[in-house]
Ligand binder design. Structure first.
Ligand SMILES: [Zn+2]
Length: 242
């Protein structure tokens, strides 16, 4: 049987959940708020001190959760409409979409926007505009990812038997025992240094088919900042669609 108490701090409240089965304290921060699970007999003053020591971490986690929720809401809204002014992330840059009437259908990236030229009927249909933009992004992805593999295969010291650009929902890349690598075209949304990291990661699997210490030291040799980039993908991966 768990007992519930609440601790109030300057910027947040903490739900205390006592349990006779617990031996240690664990703080959890998510969209529901902050909670701390503690052993049944831990004095409240001790719990307060424990939480106070973690204030910076808790506030950072709360801000993160909020950002994530806001992002998901914005994303859902953007997905429903793709109109003039909608923003599309291309290689880390949020480019506004410009829909321009023209008989010559094409997509053009300028320094600060993405222009879609098509006739009025097409421009008035979100799905057709989306298809045009996606086709363009896919083409860019094929070009950039191939280029990227060519640059990094020398540095890694491994050449894939084949490069396939795939439409994955939940992974950035993969590597098969036949020496081929697969890369997600949605990486075209990510900043270039993130794309680099994913390419290096998959190329390193040609040397080490696992996530062992040796694998990560190969990655680190070519990408000393790989930890930061992995974290970026964990934090922003959900943004990489439009
Ligand atoms: Zn891997």
């Amino acid at each position: 049987m768990a007992m519930v108490e609440t601790l109030t701090f300057e910027n947040f409240e903490v739900t205390v959940i006592r349990s006779s089965r617990r031996k240690t304290a664990v703080i959890k921060v998510d969209l529901e708020g902050v909670s701390v699970r503690v052993p049944a007999d831990l004095p409240l003053a001790r719990i307060e001190k424990l939480v106070a020591e973690k204030t910076v971490w808790i506030e950072r986690k709360l801000a993160e959760a909020e950002r994530k929720q806001r992002g998901i809401a914005e994303q859902a809204e953007q997905n429903s409409t793709l109109a003039d002014g909608s923003r599309i992330m291309v290689q880390g840059q949020h480019l506004p979409l410009r829909l321009i009437e023209s008989d010559h259908m094409r997509v053009v990236r300028t320094s600060d926007r993405l222009e879609v030229y098509a006739d009025g009927d097409v421009l008035g249909d979100t799905e057709q505009v989306r298809a045009l933009v996606e086709q363009w992004l896919y083409g860019r992805a094929v070009e950039e990812l191939n280029f990227c593999v060519n640059v990094y295969k020398q540095r890694v010291g491994a050449t894939p038997s084949r490069i396939q650009i795939k439409d994955y929902r939940a992974r950035w890349g993969s590597c098969k025992p036949d020496g081929s690598i697969q890369l997600n075209w949605r990486l075209i949304h990510a900043p270039m240094h993130i794309m680099d990291y994913v390419v290096v990661h998959e190329l390193c699997h040609l040397l080490e088919m696992n996530h062992s210490k040796r694998f990560w030291s190969e990655v680190e040799r070519v990408e000393p900042q790989y930890k930061m980039k992995r974290q970026w993908l964990r934090d922003n991966g959900w943004q990489l669609s439009f």
